[in-house]
Structures are given as C-alpha cells and as structure tokens.
Design a protein around this ligand. Structure first.
Ligand code: 5GP
Ligand code: ZN
Length: 112
C-alpha cells in the first residue's frame, strides 16, 4: 500500500532502526519510545490489524510474538509487554498491524 507508513518502512522508502527481521516480519524501534525498549514488530504484508492478520495468516501472528520475545531477550529483558492496539479509540494510529514490545521499566496496569 503506497500510502501506508509501515509499508513504506518495509519497502525501505522511509528509514527505520531495524532490530530484527524474518521472512514474514520486520522489527524496528518506535520513533516515540514509551520505555527504554520500544519496538514495533510488523508483518511484511499489509493488513489493517492483528485480528485481520489472524484471519488471513495466523502463522505470522505467531511469528510476531516470537520476534517480540527475541527482541526483548536480545536486549537483556526477560520481562516485557506486548500490545496490539485495534481501532482509533484503543490507540491505534497506524492501520498496518503492529505488535508493540515494551521493556526496561516497571509497566503499570491498567494502562492509560
Ligand atoms: P499505534 O498508535 O498505531 O498503536 O502505534 C503506532 C506507533 O508508530 C506509535 O507508537 C508511533 O510512535 C510509531 N510511529 C509513528 N510514525 C513512525 C515512524 O515514522 N517511524 C517509526 N519507527 N515509528 C513511528
Ligand atoms: Zn501497510
């Protein structure tokens, strides 16, 4: 999708600090980090959200979760939070599915 920010990052048209990649997923640092480690793990193929990815390509949902673990462990964190925001009211601002990986500070619950 030409007008999708994360598709453009995947295509290399917009620079990103990539920390991990697999055949189906790319992980890069969030430009506005909310924790010492804040990475976004995205499917290479465009889908709007996590549930749509589960419908069309469930193996890649599992891949995102595995890559999230790898990114956290490689950064030295055994404790980390993974978040999929779905819909504007839930905080989704980029409508290409992405798994947030946050670590490096105590994370409160419930989230804001
Ligand atoms: P959402 O709000 O959709 O759950 O998450 C989108 C995330 O993308 C936000 O945390 C935001 O900081 C991040 N983001 C927005 N634009 C860019 C960008 O150009 N590069 C990177 N690396 N992250 C971005
Ligand atoms: Zn996209």
């Amino acid at each position: 999708m030409a007008d999708c920010l994360f598709c453009r990052i995947i295509a290399g048209e917009i620079p990103a600090d990539v920390v991990a990649e697999t055949e189906s997923a790319l992980a890069f640092r969030d430009v506005n980090p909310q924790a010492p480690l804040h990475v976004l793990v995205v499917p290479r193929a465009h889908v709007a959200n996590a549930a749509e990815l589960a419908d069309t390509d469930p193996a890649t949902v599992a891949e995102l979760v595995r890559v999230a673990r790898q990114v956290a462990v490689d950064a030295g964190y055994e404790n980390y939070r993974t978040v999929f925001n779905t819909g504007e009211e839930a905080g989704q601002s980029v409508f290409h599915a992405h798994l947030h990986v946050l670590a490096g500070r105590r994370l409160a619950w419930p989230p804001g």
